[in-house]
Design a binder for this molecule. Structure first.
Ligand code: M6R
Length: 614
């Protein structure tokens, strides 16, 4: 989704802004732009539809000198991707330039009011309305930029992270946020701004996260001053970033997605580290220990999430119900927030999110908290909005995920949910001691088993060549592997643009089996489980209709080898941990098919890494 970068200090701003925009590319965007105040106090805006490289080409012969600037990558919401709609937007007199993430919902009303006052517009964006409104207020009230922004933000409805600079005022950036993240990097006599830490981390690890409805005045050589939009001064702790630069580089891999798939043995070790004791016999999560009574007495768990995180939530449902005997509901955050769900004070709401910034999940959390539920976050990005708006939580600690298609964050989410289920079950006495120890033991074997699966990447690549030109795919799984069927299909759709659907295998005969013919590839997860025989029968039904079976099986499964057209053999594990292994070949299959089709694997069309608008 849109990205923000800003700089004020003693260095040339342009190279820092451009590098920052490149760092933000992973979020998904369709145009980019930069605004700079040069040494003669001229405010220049340069924008280009397309990639950051197109902007660089466009700005090559322009004057881009200056030590203050703001820059933006836009993911279109109001108005098509175009030069005119790209940010920054000038105000009418071209004395202000503004970049904006989020959506101003009442922009149409404000725009009409401004048009009636003689303002004209050059784009279809809500953002241009905001910058014009700020200029109008500034002129009307004869106030400074900060005051004008403050008054304007009291008039807008919606979500925003903004940065504004002003011609003739090269010493300050005004920045503000509501429901869209914004972080200030604190350097020595210089400051950075980012919609996340990726454009900042190379210069400083010290950051301040703005809270909702806060405005920052960022001046050269002065500590940033922060006020609320109702003018209450706020102080913020300076936080240390956990991110490091190597996480932002491809490290020899052709794509971030492949790098992230291959990182999983390590990321899962990091995720478990400090949570499973050195003897490997016990799991402790501080977020659970600190609120033990809540979990032990919970009457229900509601899991809210979107996309891949929602699939992790479905696995959580199986885990919590099996081991903790707590009823679980798994909800799309986007649906949950707009119905009138029954939420009780003894419910625990678990919000799962890689980015910690997903707008729908944040809104669902707010609703659950208002209803008195205890909200627990499972997030990857440290310091992001979800961990800051929940009662407690666990980080997934898998490092910065750049590929738009989530891979390592998913397996880390499932690992955290597994540890949570084990820890709660132990407290509740709902798990047999031997089973508890055996699952914890096997959980620690998962990273090395994933390493074995990753060695099959070339084999899966060969398999991918056979199916690159398929028009449709069906993915089947049951029990713990049903969510993996959904996730495998989503991965393929996202990056290859092939239509794919996941189903619980036994549901096929209730309708979807009509789709099966000798053209239809069916990816069937048929590893060992309590219902393995039933899965085999479901696959027989597909085979009988000439579907082409690509099976994910356990090593040495001769029955399935005879039945499937193609198979990938993976190590066996405990049934409840199987998703951590079965997801890997499906990630690789999607990846190789997308590469064969020459797709933009890390930045697939129309998608954004962090969905900060609803
Ligand atoms: O950051 P989140 O986990 O909250 O994001 C949720 C979804 O937008 C995300 O999982 C999306 O579905 C990914 N592109 C999946 O690969």
């Amino acid at each position: 989704m849109c990205g923000i970068v800003g700089y004020i200090g003693f260095r040339e701003a342009y190279p820092i802004l451009i590098k920052g925009l490149h760092r933000l590319e992973y979020r998904g965007y369709d145009s980019a732009g930069v605004a700079i105040i040069n040494d003669e106090n001229k405010l220049s805006v340069y924008k280009a539809k397309g990639r950051v490289k197109d902007l660089e080409d466009y700005a090559r012969d322009k004057n881009v000198t200056g030590t203050i600037g703001i820059a933006h990558t836009r993911w279109a919401t109001h108005g098509e991707p175009s030069n005119a709609n790209a940010h920054p937007h000038y105000s009418q007199s071209e004395s202000l330039a503004l970049i904006h993430n989020g959506i101003i919902e009442n922009y149409a009303v404000l725009k009409t009011q401004l048009i009636n006052k003689g303002y004209s517009f050059h784009s279809s964006t809500d953002t241009e309305v905001l910058v014009q409104l700020i200029e109008y207020i500034k002129q009307l009230n004869k106030c400074d930029l900060f005051a004008a922004v403050q008054i304007a933000l009291n008039q807008v409805v919606g979500a925003y992270a903004i940065a504004v600079i002003e011609k003739g005022n090269p010493d300050q950036i005004i920045a503000a946020r509501k429901s869209s993240p914004l972080v200030i990097g604190i350097g020595e006599g210089e400051f950075f701004l980012g919609s996340d830490a990726s454009p900042i981390v190379e210069y400083t690890k010290k950051v301040v996260y703005l809270d909702d409805e806060e405005i920052a005045i960022i001046k050269r050589d002065e500590d940033p001053k922060i006020f609320t939009i109702s003018n209450i001064e706020r102080t913020h702790e300076v936080k240390e970033l956990e991110m490091n630069l190597s996480q932002l580089e491809r490290g020899g891999y052709p794509h971030f997605m492949l790098k992230e798939i291959f990182e999983q043995p390590e990321t899962l070790k990091n995720c478990m580290s400090g949570r499973i004791n050195v003897e490997g016999t016990n799991v402790t999560l501080s977020g659970i220990i600190d609120h033990k009574d809540k979990f032990v007495n919970a009457k229900r768990i509601i899991i809210i999430a979107c996309g891949t995180s929602w699939h992790a939530g479905l696995i959580g449902e199986y885990l919590f119900e099996e081991f903790c005997r707590i009823p679980v509901e798994v909800e799309y955050a986007s649906e949950f927030r707009y119905r009138n769900p029954v939420i009780c004070p003894d419910d625990i709401v678990i919000a799962i999110s890689q980015s910690g910034e997903t707008a729908d999940s944040l809104a669902a959390i707010e609703m659950a908290r208002k209803a008195g539920a205890f909200v627990y976050g499972v997030c990857n990005v440290v310091g992001s909005s979800i961990p800051r708006n929940t009662d407690s939580g666990s980080y997934t600690h898998c490092g910065h995920e750049i590929g738009v298609a989530s891979t390592k964050a998913f397996t880390a989410q499932v690992t955290v949910l597994t540890m949570m289920a084990l820890a709660i079950a132990k407290e509740k006495n709902t798990i047999d001691e031997d089973n508890y120890h055996s699952i914890i033991g096997e959980l620690q074997n998962i990273p090395s088993k994933i390493e074995r699966i990753l060695k099959l990447s070339n084999e899966i690549k060969k398999l991918s060549l056979i199916f690159t030109y398929a028009q449709n795919f069906i993915y089947l799984g049951r029990g713990y592997n049903y969510p993996i069927a959904l996730e495998g299909a989503l991965k393929l759709k996202e990056i290859s643009y092939i239509h794919a659907e996941g189903y619980p295998a036994a549901e096929m005969k209730h309708g979807p089996i009509a789709l099966i013919d000798n053209e239809m590839p069916v990816v069937a997860i048929a590893t060992n489980s309590a219902i393995y025989e039933k899965v085999v029968s479901n696959i027989q039904e597909i085979k009988a209709r000439k579907g082409r079976i690509i099976a994910i099986i356990n090593e040495g499964d001769e029955t399935m080898k005879a039945l499937a057209d193609h198979y990938v053999e993976i190590p066996a594990t405990d049934e409840c941990l199987d998703p951590l292994l079965t997801s890997i070949p499906l990630q690789l299959l999607a990846y190789h098919i997308a590469v064969n089709k020459n797709r933009d694997v890390d930045m697939p069309r129309n998608l954004a890494k962090s969905v900060t608008v609803e």
